[in-house]
Design a protein around this ligand. Structure first.
Ligand code: ATP
Ligand code: MG
Length: 432
């Protein structure tokens, strides 16, 4: 009887072991950079009440309208969703645990997000973000800090060809005035609007500005600009952010049509864009979201954050360099039986001395010849193989076979001298 194979859900990817060094590399660079700015990690659940997203992100956003993995809990009828982003969850957690009661918080997170989009290069249904949320800060300094932090991360990773776009979408009254003017303008241009734009004309006209439809670009280029509707406080905030970026040598372009996908943003919005990724070119997006906390019943808490798309950044990393490998130091071969037991004990001893050791283990074909074991050792990427056969056990020795360095030399060492020997020669090799 043939059994049907099962496959991963479309748009949700397995990340195989050979890919992991890129992920670890990005994560460790990000961790270091975040630590250097005093950000602390927070982990929130992947499943949240659906209301968290419909209330926070806005009803007429792409995410809430058509991209949410929302479901009813069969056991108790709760309306739940897989998180499409993590700002909502972090803010919920901050309110729930009164995190900003004493002082502002600099937080970061990483993890999978879920959006029911059309899968394509750089766009998946399960994807991963590293994100940063600064809660309780109102000045332009924190907006600039987030941008400096992300710029430092690109530099540390060696990314080239990334550029920063910046805009201010003002506060609610300014957006209302602009919205009015925008709707009037778009109504006059109705014959040029595509289906999506017509649908959004009265619900979310700001998002029309964000359209990628080439046929509408010229018309949208001439549309009323939100930036021209900013009043004094928003203007001063935006000028402040720009001055701080200039003072720190961060170049950027002001893109008056840059808006963001969620309703909770106000004032500063920004995106980092790469020219090396094709259509899904935005690697990171963020901005200020002062109105969000009150929407969740929390106290007024000005806040600012960003999220970067890990898959997109990793695609760039793959273009610039081959990954540092996660290979073991040592592959330990043996001839089974009493030698196997001794090998396992030796492996433990080496691990106690900080070496990574892959112990040859029994497969369905048995322990295998030394020849086949040597092939495994070579494939493992280890620097050296250690051999424990009958002879070695009888003589209390270990055979060392260098797999990559030292002209692949083979030598026999007394077992009591082994650790000392490896510490000298192997570490010397690593430090070259
Ligand atoms: P896009 O305009 O590409 O749809 P977005 O504005 O919806 O992006 P955000 O919600 O701001 O994206 O998420 C921040 C970052 O997460 C994006 O800049 C992108 O790098 C990444 N990202 C968003 N959606 C996806 C996805 N479906 N697959 C892979 N990465 C994604
Ligand atoms: Mg999107």
């Amino acid at each position: 009887m043939s059994v049907e194979k099962l496959f991963a859900v479309k748009g949700m990817n397995d990340i195989l072991p050979e890919q992991m060094p890129y992920w670890h590399w990005l994560e460790s660079c990000a961790k270091e950079v975040l630590r250097s700015y005093g950000y602390r990690e927070i982990r929130t659940p992947i499943v949240e009440p659906s209301a968290l997203f419909s209330r926070g992100l806005g009803q007429v956003t792409d995410i809430v309208e058509k991209e949410m993995y929302a479901f009813t809990d069969k056991l108790n009828g709760d309306e739940l969703s897989l998180r499409p982003e993590s700002t909502a969850g972090v803010v919920r957690a901050a309110i729930e645990h009164s995190l900003t009661y004493q002082e502002p918080q600099r937080l970061w997170y990483r993890g999978p997000m879920f959006r029911h989009e059309r899968p394509q290069r750089g766009r998946y249904r399960q994807f991963h973000q590293i994100g940063v949320e600064s809660l309780g800060f109102s000045g332009p300094d924190i907006d600039a800090e987030l941008i400096l932090l992300s710029a430092r991360l690109w530099q540390k990773l060696g990314l080239k060809n990334v550029s920063l776009e910046l805009n201010s979408i003002g506060d609610a009254p300014e957006r209302a005035a602009h919205r009015h003017a925008l709707i009037e303008y778009l109504k006059e241009q109705e014959s040029l609007l595509d289906q999506d734009a017509k649908r959004r004309l009265y619900t979310n006209p700001l998002r029309i500005l964000d359209s990628k439809n080439p046929a509408m670009q010229e018309m949208l280029g001439a549309a009323p600009r939100l930036i021209d509707f900013l009043e004094h406080a928003s203007r001063a905030h935006f000028d402040g952010v720009q001055a701080l970026l200039h003072a720190n040598n961060i170049s950027f372009t002001v893109n008056p049509r840059l808006v963001r996908g969620m309703d909770y943003y106000n004032r500063t919005v920004f995106e980092w864009i790469s020219t090396d990724l094709g259509t899904q070119a935005t690697i990171c997006g963020g901005g200020r979201y002062d109105p969000l906390t009150p929407l969740y019943g929390g106290n007024e808490t000005p806040a600012c954050g960003f999220a970067l798309g890990m898959e997109r950044v990793i695609e760039l990393l793959k273009q610039i360099t081959s990954a540092p490998l996660d290979n073991p130091d040592i592959y330990l071969m043996h001839s089974g039986g009493a030698c196997g037991l001794s090998a396992m004990q030796l492996a433990e001893q080496l691990r106690t001395h900080q070496m990574s050791v892959v112990l040859h283990c029994m497969a369905s074909v048995g322990i295998g010849s030394f020849k086949s074991q040597m092939k495994r050792a070579d494939n493992s990427g280890a620097q050296l193989a250690l051999i424990l056969g009958e002879d070695e056990i009888a003589q209390n020795t270990v055979t060392i076979k260098w797999l990559r360095a030292r002209e692949k030399a083979q030598e026999k060492i007394n077992r009591v001298e082994l650790i000392q020997y490896l510490q000298t020669h192997y570490l010397q090799l690593l430090s070259q």
